[in-house]
Design a protein around this ligand. Structure first.
Ligand SMILES: [Zn+2]
Length: 869
């Protein structure tokens, strides 16, 4: 085995000699071109053991390259990242192409949406245009290979003088996103630097590597809640739709060295078939170039299924972009990891054993695994994609045209033919948000100037939106606005019949998540329609009222308005009964502060309607509650981060509450409500156990080991008994049930996946909207279920202390996604409230605020933060 490893090390040496001969090595590059190499600039070869180039230095390097590159490389600062660092877009193409970039952009836009353009004209555009390729690095900030590799890639592209490089520059416009997560890049570099030489060297961060989203930052491409997603959506979905996109990641350490396209089974239908062939085409060239370079351990068509969540690389196929990823085996950040040959294993999708197979002909034999190994493989893969596009520019562009044209034709012929977003909605302001999110995807939306009816007999008011399917993004529209069922077949069940977990979600039905009514229309829509040119904004109005004003409690934005009013010291009351045009949950504001109200109406879009009579004496005054948001270390909790983002989006003030403060007790002095985000009991308490998520607590330095311990449990209990409210989300409900000894049972707790399974799906539920927790909700609607608990109250002497304001429907519960074992959910409680002493525990089983995406259920959390005084 030792010989074998030594032999493998000879190959790179031979390769280096060959490259030296071809004049491609850094030293030569500098002499030839006057361009500073990364090695010279950073003072070490990128990917060297125990070295990470920091993001600020990387930014400086790209700016230097821009100066030295003779017009071949331009740096655009897209704007600040979430935490205020520069988010760069680096454009690399020949100086000639740069000089006429806007013209090339217009050509690219026409090829990507060829409606109304004659084929002859397209042929000219294909000849004139350039292949557009986008690649992004280190979205997951601990997956550092991409961001460390890219400066070398950029340098080679502008410095190398050979024919291959020239062909790329002439034929390709390359958009390089050198870090998809600059904040995380900085956090990881600094954490690594601190850990060097300690026993924690090379371990992950104790907190989230994105302020709000952590690893979930690639679950945001369809909802674009994060500013980084908004930047990339602008590039890829509207300004410069590329023909191919690659997102470079890392995976676990003990299988293949690098996964390259295509995806494994199952795939998600409704993309143009050319997309899947393009994945194979690019993937074959990438893998081929890797073998040519003597790099072992490359696998394709494995591990990552073609049906995945709508992150960027998985959503792009439905934008007619060949959206792909690479996944490199991880080292320990920049520290090498030794892997014994017998530690290497298969067992993943498409790699049953760690042995030679068609898609894995050259297994890596084991030994030291280094960041430099990752950098080299990723660089070859990134280069190979550019090379393929450059050699086949006209095919790439012609097929981009074909994909767009054929998807448009499928949309025109298929059913449904369009989706209508009615202007009359339960929460019209949230419907506008849906429209704006669709526009951010580059989807064409039209608005009706007058009322209209469809050939299937449905009538719609003026102002309703129509999304026709005869447009290039037909496949995307079908998934965001149409019911979706995850396949249940031989690819999604193992041999014993147990379901194989989808990669994250089983549906991405944005309209369902958002609680917006969208109607599928089969026939023609005959209406006077006008294209919506840009984001829709709504300005609320303040009516003239002698008795004060009412804010519609059904609007999510009314909660934001209420918070802004609180900020200005304006008193807000809430109606508990219907009557006088009021619904339970409507907000009431007295007359007198009209200037403030006008300002809040303008900011939020919420109308302040006039009250018909003075109802103030009959309504309850709301007091601003003090919210504690529980946060832990041990890698951080993404659900905590997203919850924080949501609270900020709706202007709820909160205080981050950590273990030490909880342990100290006397929580009622500082908080009225404490939120426990989705987490296991073991992670909350800090006990080690099988149920713990993530790595073991002792894999972090002592100061970053989390857990509230027994004192913390006692403190939370005392907090609730003395009148506090504990809101437990998702898996954290088990903590509350166990520690507060509630007579509540999770009916799904002990079921095998073959009997009950429901990953990331929308389910029908009933909301008791006269209950304060469900104020503003429709009587029936959807909730997002993601391996969630469902409850029943175990009969006891004090059943009156427990309420179930949200229950699952009694039949046909699945709206979209995948549900096995519906019978277990029938009429079970989705939310339980439990009186505990003077206070209350609120158990929200499903995902009420999932990734700040489930607008349709936000109010259930918001009400929990407002209702108690
Ligand atoms: Zn990743």
């Amino acid at each position: 085995m030792r010989e074998k490893i030594r032999f493998v090390h000879i190959v790179p040496v031979l390769l280096m000699l060959a490259l030296l001969g071809m004049g491609l090595l850094p030293r030569t590059i500098e002499a030839q071109s006057g361009i500073t190499t990364p090695e010279k600039f950073f003072g070490f070869q990128l990917g060297s053991d125990r070295k990470i180039a920091r993001w600020d230095k990387i930014v400086d390097y790209y700016r230097l390259l821009e100066k030295e590159a003779g017009g071949k490389l331009k740096v655009v600062d897209m704007g600040p990242s979430t935490m205020g660092n520069p988010f760069l877009l680096v454009t690399i193409t020949s100086a000639n192409n740069h000089a006429r970039l806007e013209q090339l952009r217009q050509v690219n836009l026409k090829i990507s949406d060829p409606r109304g353009i004659a084929e002859q004209e397209i042929k000219k555009l294909v000849a004139e245009g350039k292949a557009v390729i986008c690649q992004s690095m280190s979205l997951h900030a601990t997956e550092i290979g991409g961001a460390q590799m890219a400066p070398e890639l950029a340098c080679d592209l502008v410095a190398r003088q050979d024919e291959e490089t020239q062909r790329i520059l002439d034929n390709v416009v390359f958009f390089l996103v050198p870090s998809f997560n600059p904040d995380g890049a900085l956090m990881v570099a600094d954490w690594y630097q601190k850990s060097l030489g300690t026993e924690y060297e090379g371990t992950g961060l104790p907190w989230l590597y994105h302020k709000y989203a952590g690893h979930d930052n690639n679950r945001d491409a369809f909802q674009t809640n994060l500013v980084e997603s908004q930047y990339l959506a602008k590039i890829m979905f509207t300004d410069w739709p590329p023909q191919a996109y690659i997102d470079h990641h890392h995976m676990g350490s003990y299988g293949a060295r690098i996964y390259v396209p295509p995806y494994a089974e199952p795939i998600r239908p409704l993309a143009d078939p050319l997309i899947w062939r393009e994945h194979s085409w690019y993937g074959a060239h990438i893998a081929y170039k890797m073998e040519e370079a003597g790099l072992s351990g490359v696998i394709n068509m494995a591990q990552y299924s073609g049906w995945g969540h709508f992150g960027f690389h998985w959503i792009t196929p439905f934008h007619n972009i060949a959206g792909m990823l690479t996944e490199s085996a991880s080292a320990k950040l920049a520290s090498p990891l030794y892997i014994h040959p017998d530690q290497l294993r298969g067992g993943a999708r498409g790699l049953p054993a760690y042995e030679e197979q068609t898609t894995f002909p050259n297994p890596w034999p084991g030994g030291w695994w280094r960041l430099r190994d990752i950098v080299e493989r990723q660089k070859v893969s990134a280069w190979a994609a550019l090379d393929l596009a450059a050699r086949n520019k006209e095919t790439v562009l012609w097929n981009a045209y074909l994909k767009a044209k054929r998807q448009t034709e499928r949309g025109a012929q298929g059913k449904p033919s369009a989706y209508v977003i009615p202007i009359i909605q339960h929460d019209p302001l949230t419907a506008v948000k849906l429209v704006n999110k669709l526009l951010a995807q580059g989807i064409e939306i039209k608005q009706a100037a007058k009322g209209f009816s469809t050939s299937d007999g449905m009538g719609y008011a003026a102002g309703s939106y129509v999304v026709s399917l005869d447009q290039p993004k037909m496949g995307l529209i079908r998934y965001l606005l149409g019911r979706t069922f995850y396949p249940d077949n031989a690819y999604t069940r193992n041999n014993e019949g147990s379901p194989i977990r989808p990669y994250d979600m089983a549906a991405d039905t944005m309209f369902e998540f958002m609680g917006v009514r969208v109607d599928a229309v089969d026939g023609a829509v005959k209406a006077e329609l006008q294209k919506v040119a840009g984001p829709v904004s709504v300005t609320g109005k303040v009516a003239e009222g002698n008795f004060g004003y009412v804010l519609d409690g059904r609007l999510n934005d009314s909660f934001r308005a209420v918070n802004l009013l609180f900020d200005k010291g304006v008193a807000v009351r809430r109606a508990d009964k219907a009557g006088d045009g009021l619904r339970p949950g409507d907000f009431i504001v007295a007359a007198g502060a009209e200037a403030v109200l006008a300002d809040v109406a303008a900011q939020t879009g919420v109308d302040f309607n006039a009250l018909a009579r003075d109802v103030v004496p009959e309504s309850r005054e709301l007091k601003r509650l003090r919210v504690g948001m529980y946060q832990r270390y041990s890698g951080g909790n993404m659900d905590e981060g997203w919850t924080r983002l949501l609270l900020e989006q709706f202007s709820f003030p909160y205080t981050t509450l950590m273990d030490a403060e909880i342990r100290k007790g006397s929580l009622n002095d500082r908080y009225d409500v404490i939120i426990l985000p989705d987490d296991s009991t073991a992670m909350i308490t800090g006990e080690r156990g099988a149920a713990a998520r993530g790595r073991a607590p002792d894999s972090y330095p002592a100061e970053y080991r989390s857990g509230i311990g027994n004192e913390g449990v006692a403190a939370l209990k005392s907090f609730v008994e003395k009148g506090g409210t504990l809101v437990a989300l998702g898996a954290a409900t088990a903590f509350a049930i166990e520690k507060f000894e509630l007579p509540v049972r999770n009916v799904l707790a002990n079921l095998a996946s073959k009997d009950f399974f429901c990953p990331g799906s929308t389910l029908k539920a009933r909301f008791a909207n006269t209950h304060p927790l469900a104020y503003g909700m429709p009587a029936e609607g959807l909730v997002l279920f993601l391996n969630s608990p469902a409850f029943e109250v175990v009969p006891n002497d004090f059943n009156e202390r427990y309420e179930t304001p949200v229950i699952y429907a009694d039949r046909d519960i699945l709206q979209s996604g995948w549900l096995i074992g519906e019978q277990y959910l029938v009429k079970k409680a989705a939310i339980v409230t439990a009186k505990v002493g003077q206070g209350e525990a609120i158990l929200i089983g499903f995902r009420t605020q999932h990734r700040a995406q489930t607008h349709g259920a936000f109010k259930l959390l918001f009400n929990a933060l407002l209702r108690r005084i």
